[in-house]
Ligand binder design. Structure first.
Ligand code: SF4
Length: 379
């Protein structure tokens, strides 16, 4: 049974200076054609694998799904519903660019059963937003949050970027204060990463922009954790904070190792030991659908690779990794017990991990910042 669906909208109305993701500039014709495509892929994959799909979570991400507008999201959902039942949906998230917000969009999303809204705010400083090439300003974020609340949405969150050029400790604190004032339920706080080939990388290489160092960025993340936890949020995953009862269940299920289908260009899927990522090219994606080939290449993981992929992500979560539970769920990893425990004991001595109970290990805030290196050691 497959219970988690992600649908990617590959359009943006411009390109952010730091963005290394695939996206296309939206034009009216492409936007109007797009809502029918993910459902065609869904039908194809369902029939190919004989999958029973009853989504409990649905996540519309991008790119910029809100560019589809109220009618586009509505059409997309109708098409999906013609393939799989949505009666068991418990959580339905839509990412919204504040520039696309309107009372009509929110009332439509509410009528369609959307339960969570996630706004790409990134900063509340207009000069910083402009320098990042964002197409909204702080006032539009404030208006969007107010309109979402007026439409009845309780589960509303924003994304923020830590370690932005020109944002010192005091302005970062002001950003966090403003976020908390909105009585949000969820906050994603990402460290700025410099993706090669982006305008920001070029500006940094030419010395036109001075990026904060690793220590300053880490300090900003530590500052965020202290401030947000004092305001009642829990850092339940490295980059994600939620008020009690408002974690993103879709992402949590994926991080807990559940199977999921990602539809649309550049979307990733994991079904049993198969995983694949759709081509980052909308025309190519559509051509594959026309040819009834629903993915270009699929990778079959070994039993051990599959188990590792599903188990180790737990260290990115506040709940941590229970080695006994993990090994009893995936006996193929049993031979790793001794090495894992030795490595994790060593990390405890360095203040990177802590141990509770017989075998549950959690990364400390410092450990979260070096999580990728920890995961590599355990692979
Ligand atoms: S809105 Fe998101 S996907 Fe689109 S260009 Fe900006 S960062 Fe990239």
């Amino acid at each position: 049974m497959l219970r988690h669906l992600y649908i990617h909208t590959p359009f943006c109305n411009g390109k952010c200076a730091y963005c290394g993701f695939y996206s296309e500039t939206a034009d009216a014709l492409s936007l109007s054609r797009y809502p029918a495509l993910p459902a065609r892929e869904l039908r194809g994959v369902r029939d190919e694998f004989g999958l029973e799909i009853r989504p409990h979570t649905l996540y519309l991400g991008g790119g910029t799904p809100s560019l589809l507008g109220a009618d586009g999201v509505s059409a997309l959902l109708d098409a999906i519903r013609s393939v799989v039942p949505l009666a068991e949906l418990e959580e339905f998230t839509v990412e919204v660019n504040p520039a696309d917000a309107s009372p009509r969009l929110f009332s439509t999303l509410s009528r369609l059963g959307v339960t969570r809204l996630s706004f790409g705010a990134q900063s509340f400083d207009d000069a910083v937003l402009r320098s990042l090439g964002r197409r909204h300003d702080a006032a539009q974020v404030f208006t969007a949050l107010r309109e979402a609340r007026e439409a009845g949405f309780a589960d509303v969150g924003i994304d923020l970027i830590a370690g932005l050029p020109g944002v010192g400790e005091s302005s970062w604190r002001e950003t966090l204060e403003q976020a908390v004032r909105f009585d949000l339920r969820h906050l994603s706080v990402y460290a700025l990463t410099l993706e090669s080939g982006t305008p920001l990388a070029k500006q940094a290489a030419e010395g036109a922009v001075k990026l904060p160092g690793e220590t300053e960025t880490m300090d900003a993340l530590v500052q965020a954790q202290a401030y947000l936890e004092a305001a009642g949020f829990t850092r339940y995953e490295i980059s994600n904070y939620a008020k009690p009862g408002f974690v993103c269940r879709h992402n949590l299920a994926v991080w807990h190792g559940a199977d999921y289908l990602g539809l649309g260009p550049a979307a990733a899927s994991r079904v049993g030991r198969l995983r694949w990522t759709n081509r980052s090219d909308r025309r190519r994606y559509e051509a594959l659908l026309d040819g009834r080939r629903f993915a270009e290449t699929r990778e079959t993981l070994s039993e051990e690779e599959n188990a590792l992929e599903r188990v180790l992500f737990a260290l990115r979560l506040a709940e941590g990794l229970d080695v006994d539970e993990a090994l009893s769920a995936y006996p193929v990893l049993a031979s790793r017990r001794e090495r894992w425990c030795t490595v994790l004991e060593g990390l405890c001595r360095q203040g990177i991990a802590t141990k509770t109970g017989a075998a549950r290990w959690r990364l400390t805030p410092r450990g979260f910042e070096v999580c990728d290196a920890v995961l590599r050691e355990l692979e």
